[in-house]
Design a protein around this ligand. Structure first.
Ligand code: PMP
Length: 434
C-alpha cells in the first residue's frame, strides 16, 4: 500500500517503531550523499579504498570461469558446504604460511570476504554491552559490525609502530575497573586501515601476551599483509599463538574483491560455531567463485600478480607522499605507509575535517573524515584518511594539490576568524567499502 498523502519522493518508514534495537545505529549519513557526488569524474576521490582491479589478467580470469562451467558446471553451480571448499582451504593455508602461520585446512572457514568473518565473530561472541577493544582509529566496517551487535568499543591509541602495549594494558585495567572484561581485541596489524601504520615486530608477542593474560580473544584482521612495498611479509600474530588469536584473511586486495572470498582461521571450538553461524546466515558460499579462485591459485603465477600490485601501489604511495610534502601547510603531519592503501593525515588545530569536506568536494577532491573511524564519531576531527590505491599517480598528485589549497584557505580563515565554522558532531559512517 502506498501513502497517497505523501509526495512520491518522500519515503515514510512505517516500521520505525518496530525495528530491533540493534538496527537503531543503521542510518545512512549525510556523508554518503557527499560520496555519491565524489564519484563524479571531475572529482579526484582519495576517499575510496577500492583495489585497482584493472591491473588483473581479466582475460585469464574469464578463461577460468569458462573452463570451470564447461568442465565442472554441475558442481560449480550447486550448493556447497558452509565451511568452504576443502581444496581452497588447503591453498589458503599455503598463503598464510607466507606469514609464518602453520594452520590446518580443517580449522579454516571460508567467508564472504573477511567482512563476513567479522560479522560471524560478532554474532558468536558479542552480547549487547560487551566491550571490544579496537585501535584508535579503526576500520569503519568493523565498527559497523560491533555497533550492530550493540557492543561498546573502547579505542586504544596507536603510534607510528601501531598499537601501544601500555595503552592496551591501561584500557584492559580501566574496563576491569568498571566490572567488565573485554571480549575481543580487534587489530589490523599490517598497513592499517585507516592509519597506514604497521605493528612493530618487537611489539607483537607482547600484545598477544597481554591479551592472553587478560582472557581477551585477539581478532587479527589482515587483508593487506602481502602488500608490503619494501619488506617480506611480517610474521602474523597468529603464527605464535593459535589459541588466543583468530586470523582473518581475504583475497580482496591480493586478487579481486568481486569474488567475495575471505577466511577465518580459528581454534576448534570457535571454528565449529563459525560454521554453524555461516550456515544459518548463508547456507553455503558461492561454489563457482571458490573453485575459480582455487584454479587461479593453482594454475596462475598469483605471487607475480601480488608483486605487480605491490609495485603499482608503491608508485601511487610515492606520488601521494611526494606531493603531500610539497603542498601541505605547515603543521600538517601524516603517516608514511610501507604497504597497503592508506595515509592518515592530521590537520592543524582548529580545522574540522568533517566540516571541511563539502568545501573540498567543491574544490573537486574527496577524502574520508577521521570521525568515521571512531565508534562514537566524537574523535578524529583533526584527521582524514587519504587512499592512493585507485587513482592514477597524476590524479593523485592533482588531488593532493587541490586538498593542499583547501587546507591553506582553512588555515587563513581560522587565523582571521578563530574558527572555520561550526564543528560537526554526531556519527557519520560512510559505506564500509570506502
Ligand atoms: N578489514 C579491513 C581492514 C578492510 O580494509 C576491509 C576492506 N576494506 C575488510 C576487512 C573487508 O574486506 P573483504 O570483505 O572484501 O575481504
Amino acid at each position: 500500500m502506498t501513502d497517497e498523502s505523501q509526495p512520491h519522493h518522500v519515503t515514510v518508514d512505517r516500521y520505525v517503531e518496530r525495528y530491533a534495537a540493534r538496527a537503531r545505529g543503521m542510518v545512512a549519513s549525510e556523508i554518503r550523499a557527499l560520496f555519491a557526488v565524489a564519484s563524479r569524474p571531475e572529482i579526484v576521490s582519495l576517499a575510496g579504498g577500492m583495489p585497482y582491479v584493472s591491473a588483473l589478467p581479466l582475460d585469464a580470469v574469464g578463461d577460468i570461469f569458462d573452463d570451470l562451467v564447461g568442465s565442472r558446471g554441475a558442481v560449480a553451480m550447486q550448493y556447497g558446504s558452509a565451511q568452504g571448499d576443502p581444496g581452497l582451504r588447503e591453498q589458503i593455508c599455503e598463503v598464510m604460511a607466507l606469514e609464518g602461520v602453520n594452520g590446518h585446512a580443517d580449522d579454516v572457514v571460508v567467508t564472504v570476504g573477511s567482512q563476513q568473518a567479522l560479522d560471524l565473530i560478532g554474532r558468536i561472541f558479542l552480547d549487547p554491552g560487551d566491550v571490544v577493544l579496537a585501535e584508535a582509529p579503526s576500520y569503519v566496517g568493523a565498527l559497523g559490525v560491533f555497533a550492530s551487535y550493540q557492543a561498546d568499543v573502547v579505542h586504544v591509541p596507536m603510534d607510528d609502530d601501531g598499537l601501544q602495549p601500555d595503552a592496551l594494558r591501561d584500557a584492559i585495567a580501566r574496563t576491569a575497573a568498571s566490572g567488565r572484561t573485554p571480549k575481543l581485541l580487534y587489530t589490523v596489524p599490517n598497513f592499517h586501515n585507516p592509519a597506514g601504520v604497521t605493528l612493530a615486530a618487537s611489539r607483537r608477542a607482547e600484545i598477544v601476551d597481554i591479551a592472553r593474560s587478560a582472557g581477551v580473544l585477539v581478532l587479527e584482521d589482515n587483508p593487506y599483509g602481502l602488500l608490503g612495498f619494501d619488506q617480506e611479509p611480517m610474521r602474523a600474530l597468529r603464527a605464535d599463538d593459535g589459541d588466543t588469536v583468530v586470523y582473518l584473511g581475504s583475497f580482496s586486495k591480493t586478487f579481486a574483491p568481486g569474488l567475495r572470498v575471505g577466511w577465518a582461521l580459528a581454534p576448534r571450538g570457535v571454528r565449529d560455531k563459525l560454521v554453524l553461524a555461516a550456515e544459518a546466515g548463508i547456507l553455503s558460499h558461492s561454489v563457482v567463485c571458490q573453485l575459480a579462485l582455487s584454479q587461479y591459485l593453482a594454475n596462475h603465477p598469483w605471487r607475480d600478480q601480488v608483486k605487480a600490485f605491490r609495485e603499482l601501489y608503491r608508485e601511487r604511495r610515492d606520488a601521494m607522499l611526494g606531493t603531500l610534502s610539497s603542498v601541505m601547510p605547515a603543521a600538517c603531519t601524516w603517516t608514511h605507509p610501507t604497504g597497503g592503501f592508506y595515509v592518515w593525515l592530521t590537520v592543524p588545530e582548529g580545522i574540522d575535517t568533517k566540516a571541511m569536506l563539502p568545501r573540498a568536494v567543491g574544490a573537486r577532491v574527496a577524502y574520508v573524515p577521521g570521525s568515521a573511524f571512531f565508534a562514537d564519531g566524537a574523535d578524529g576531527a583533526r584527521h582524514m584518511r587519504l587512499s592512493y590505491c585507485y587513482p592514477e599517480p597524476d590524479r593523485i598528485r592533482e588531488g593532493v594539490r587541490r586538498l593542499g589549497a583547501v587546507l591553506e584557505e582553512e588555515v587563513e580563515v581560522r587565523d582571521t576568524f578563530g574558527t572555520t565554522g561550526t564543528p560537526a558532531r554526531g556519527l557519520d559512517r560512510p559505506p564500509p567499502n570506502l
